[in-house]
Design a protein. Structure first.
Length: 160
């Protein structure tokens, strides 16, 4: 369905931009717990904040945890629907595998971030999830952006 094609492109692009340029709330939660603040970490955070404002403008809702929760749920849902629905004469499942995986992984990354942020106690994630979806989330963001741009530019290519 063309609606899922459009939603896949838009949600993967926004999710990727948030994962690359957005504030990582799991790092913010760790910084609040530690009392050791040095000047280098503050300058890096300020540069990232300025980059975020340059990319998205002064929209505060990109840093809102409810917005990120809804975006994560929608991105996972559309990624799942891209696996199940077929766009005009396309190969089932394999036809849109890259944007579907980008949506599933990017949305899951936002959901893990929301879960870590809203957890009341100390949360210990499995090492593979911590490494892929929290520490290296920037690479998932690049994957989501690349998948969205390629899916838009080459709509009839197999795997895109």
């Amino acid at each position: 369905m063309l609606q899922f094609y459009f939603l896949s492109i838009m949600l993967n692009l926004v999710t990727g931009m948030i994962l690359v340029y957005g504030k990582n709330f799991t790092d913010v939660k760790k910084e609040k717990k530690s009392d050791n603040h040095d000047d280098t970490s503050l300058s890096i955070g300020d540069d990232k904040k300025n980059t975020m404002k340059t990319v998205f403008g002064n929209n505060a809702f990109f840093d809102d945890k409810t917005f990120r929760l809804v975006l994560g749920v929608l991105t996972v849902f559309v990624g799942l629907m891209k696996l199940l629905s077929v766009v005009h004469n396309d190969v089932p499942v394999v036809g849109d595998i890259i944007p579907a995986l980008a949506g599933l992984f990017g949305g899951f990354c936002l959901l893990v971030e929301y879960y870590c942020q809203s957890a009341s106690g100390e949360l210990k994630l499995p090492d593979i999830i911590q490494r892929l979806f929290v520490d290296d989330r920037r690479y998932l963001g690049y994957f989501c952006i690349t998948a969205a741009v390629l899916h838009f530019a080459f709509p009839d290519v197999l795997l895109l």
